[in-house]
Design a protein around this ligand. Structure first.
Ligand code: ATP
Ligand code: MG
Length: 240
């Protein structure tokens, strides 16, 4: 199986539109805040990480036990790293550290910060407030990435603010045409068109499950010296 960093699925194309929209917005009139959300295994984090590598964006993943202070420290660290600034030990209160970050960001107008696992911030008004300040007080684009209910939860947490979120992009089940293109790009075995629909049903349009299924298909094909995989071979595969 070949490893491809970012296959252009329908979701990836839609999320590209979100970034284009926010980068090209009238900066003084609109805040640069967007949200990517959807069920597990559809490629939200893969998109976020790969875009950050490819386009030199800042990628930050929230963690389960993050506090306002550990968030402020991590954010300042990744921003300093991104800008090639020296990494001195970070001291001070959460507010002091966060204000240092804001002051740095105010000097730039094209920084994109992607914050993954935003769901962990829903229980911390302070972290959400800090993100709001970045969006309000700087020209940075901030893209939040979260689970299916992230949109409702953000609005519940702070409706005054987050209904100003300028672009929402929901990741949906991958399409049959995505599956066909993924199979042809990464699989060393030829997957017949006749089984694409079945693969979609079994993997529920989830890329994580699809990759696992393709790995089983390849292993089975290798063990049986097959170069093409069709409906008969699929029947013998337990996971399908
Ligand atoms: N565009 C893509 N190109 C190549 N592989 C992908 C792509 N999207 C997803 N994958 C594969 O699917 C796996 C799951 O994707 P990812 O972790 O990004 O899902 P997620 O939507 O962030 O899920 P969760 O909500 O559980 O965090 C990845 O580890 C990768 O193997
Ligand atoms: Mg993820």
């Amino acid at each position: 199986m070949k490893e491809l960093s970012l296959i252009k699925t329908r979701n990836v194309k839609e999320a590209d539109k979100l970034i284009d929209y926010l980068l090209n917005r009238p900066k003084t009139e609109m805040v640069g805040l967007g949200l990517i959300y959807g069920p597990p295994g559809l490629g939200k984090s893969r998109f976020a990480k790969q875009k950050a590598i490819m386009e030199d964006y800042i990628y930050l993943r929230l963690e389960a036990n993050m506090t306002a202070k550990s968030f402020a420290i991590k954010l300042l660290e990744v921003i300093r790293y991104h800008l090639g600034m020296s990494q001195v030990k970070i001291r001070g209160t959460a507010n002091e550290i966060f204000n240092r970050t804001l002051n740095i960001l105010k000097n730039y107008d094209n920084i994109v910060i992607i914050i993954d696992e935003i769901d962990y911030a829903f229980r911390s008004q302070k972290i959400l407030g800090s993100i709001r300040d970045i969006v309000d007080e700087t020209l940075s684009v901030v893209i939040l990435v979260g689970m299916t209910d992230a949109k409702e939860k953000l609005l519940l947490a702070d409706s005054h603010y987050f209904d100003r979120c300028n672009y929402f992009c929901e990741f949906k089940e991958i399409t049959e045409s995505d599956i066909k293109s993924i199979c042809s790009q990464i699989s060393d075995v030829k997957i017949e068109d006749s089984i694409i629909r079945i693969i979609k049903q079994k993997t529920k349009g989830n890329i994580r499950k699809l990759i696992k299924a393709l790995y089983s298909i390849e292993t089975n094909a290798k063990n049986n010296n097959l170069s093409v995989f069709g409906i008969e071979q699929l029947k013998s595969l337990e996971i399908m």
